[in-house]
Design a protein around this ligand. Structure first.
Ligand SMILES: Cc1cc2nc3c(=O)[nH]c(=O)nc-3n(C[C@H](O)[C@H](O)[C@H](O)COP(=O)(O)OP(=O)(O)OC[C@H]3O[C@@H](n4cnc5c(N)ncnc54)[C@H](O)[C@@H]3O)c2cc1C
Length: 463
């Protein structure tokens, strides 16, 4: 093996491929590579069927604080700015009406307050009265042919980009990166990275077949990132809680995305219904939230990898205990377990989905087999908490590890921006700021995302 990569990315999902694109297009880093264990990009959580295909903007996600909403809004705009300038825009990004539905006095009050808090930053967000809901989503507003009797309002907008095929987006990033002239860009598939070690100034990245050398590495391998970080001696104070999300299909009853108000005590977003980009004529419902001991859904070979990084001990137990002692969370976990039990699951899930469409029938609801992914939620043992959102281990020695639960796909370019800057600084490379801002930060004058980090654990703390 004679070549040395300046930057080698491990994992070709939407996170890794976004970084490939940014580092090729906006830096003077010369030799960039990406290794992916499957035969194509985005076969795991970024696959079109394995996530909710939502471009999260922070407006209808009632589980986001204002700070998180604005951070996600910036990230979503970057994806929009990229996708809407691509020749294959029609395969990448989609406009659907979207809303978060409040049913009952308390939820309606909550949504009105949320509109007050958000409206300055979300000029297109509207309060939707029952007649507006009936116009946009008749199946939501009516029950048995009459307007629903409960108090009901929604917050939403009708003419915004709200859905993305993140698998197609990843492929587009790879294609565009390869078109960058004056760069050496190597993308290798069927290369499963088994081990990473440091030798002098270089990282040695070993797959079953080849040994690669790199001056800097960024690992974007979902839950597997933590395993590779542990190998290198970092992130040992983290464990992982994989939370699977399943979906159900019904015939098409919704025209757009309909989310529901979040129960604040629960760590995962409430279910929603929306059109599936790749399954015309259906409405997709979900995702559920079931803890499973695997790093990839429907791939039991990853059980071993999970066991390697879960490392059950007193500290992990403390975090699990804190979760389970909240009765809402306990009941929610039990219910989500039942959502996977054949026969029972349809009836149970139907009850939740009827909050959105009251006239749904048992016969309409079908479990979506082999659809859905795994959210790799990190357990922070030192601080005794389950971390929500993306986490990053920046070692400070030119190696970064990303773990990316929702809304990780929406945040792919923003996350890549942070990594691009970190690696450029480490390698002494330049970022073409003018071009970057002109292409991706249109309509956004706020600071660079490095000022708005998610959970970045850096330097000695990371070890
Ligand atoms: C149920 C569910 C719903 C979601 N809905 C949304 C949503 O609506 N909107 C949103 O923004 N986000 C959503 N997300 C989150 C989103 O799917 C992820 O954040 C995003 O896809 C993560 O991309 P990634 O590239 O980091 O990981 P992945 O897409 O999982 O890619 C990781 C890649 O690394 C590769 N890899 C792993 N190990 C190795 C190795 N050892 N060597 C080489 N390659 C390796 C894998 O093959 C894979 O290609 C959802 C997630 C789930 C589970």
């Amino acid at each position: 093996m004679s070549q040395v990569f300046d930057l080698l990315i491990v994992g070709g999902g939407v996170t890794g491929s976004a970084l490939l694109y940014l580092s090729c297009k906006y830096t003077d880093i010369k030799h960039v590579g990406m290794l992916e264990k499957y035969a194509a990009p985005a076969r795991v959580n970024s696959l079109h069927s394995n996530n909710s295909q939502t471009l999260h903007c922070g407006d209808i996600e009632t589980n986001y604080s204002l700070e998180k909403a604005l951070k996600v809004q910036r990230a979503a705009r970057m994806v929009e700015n990229y996708a809407t300038t691509q020749p294959d825009i029609d395969h990448l990004i989609f406009k659907y009406p979207k809303m978060v539905l409040g049913v009952g006095a308390q939820e309606c009050r909550q949504l009105r307050e949320r509109l007050d808090a958000l409206s300055a930053n979300y000029p297109r967000l509207r309060l939707l009265e029952p007649k507006d809901i009936a116009r946009i989503e008749p199946a939501v507003a009516y029950a048995k042919g009459r307007m629903r009797s409960e108090e009901m309002i929604a917050l939403g907008s009708e003419d915004e980009y709200s859905a993305v095929n993140f698998e197609a987006l990843a492929r587009s990033f790879v294609r565009q990166a390869r078109r960058c002239v004056s760069k050496q860009v190597d993308v290798e598939y069927n290369q499963r990275v088994r081990h990473i070690k440091r030798q002098g100034e270089l990282f040695i990245v070993e797959t079953g077949k080849t040994c690669y050398q790199a001056r800097a590495i960024v690992v974007c391998a979902g839950g597997h990132s933590l395993k590779l970080a542990h190998d290198l001696g970092y992130g040992h104070h983290f464990s992982v809680l994989p939370v699977a999300g399943s979906y159900y299909f019904t015939p098409q009853v919704l025209n757009g995305k309909v989310y529901t108000v979040q129960n604040d005590k629960l760590p995962f977003a409430a279910i929603h219904g929306d059109p599936d980009l790749m399954v015309p004529g259906k409405t997709r419902w979900g995702p559920t939230a079931l803890v499973l001991p695997v790093l990839e859904r429907y791939n039991w070979e990853t059980l071993k990898d999970f066991m390697g990084i879960f490392r059950f001990d007193r500290q992990v137990w403390n975090v699990l205990y804190d979760l389970l002692k909240v009765s809402d969370i306990r009941n929610y976990m039990f219910k989500n377990f039942l959502f996977e039990v054949p026969i029972l699951r349809r009836a149970l899930f139907l009850k939740d989905a009827r909050k959105i469409v009251p006239d749904l029938k048992y016969g309409d609801m079908k479990f979506a087999h082999h659809v859905g992914g795994i959210r790799p939620q990190l357990i922070d043992k030192d601080n005794r908490r389950l971390m929500m959102g993306a986490a990053k281990i920046d070692t400070g020695i030119g190696a970064v590890f990303n773990m990316t639960p929702p809304p990780g796909a929406t945040c792919c370019l923003e996350n890549a921006e942070v990594d691009m800057r970190t690696i450029a600084e480490f390698l002494g490379a330049k970022v073409d700021e003018t071009r970057f801002a002109a292409d991706l930060l249109i309509n956004d004058q706020r600071h660079a995302s490095k000022d708005l980090p998610a959970h970045i654990i850096s330097g000695a703390d990371a070890a």
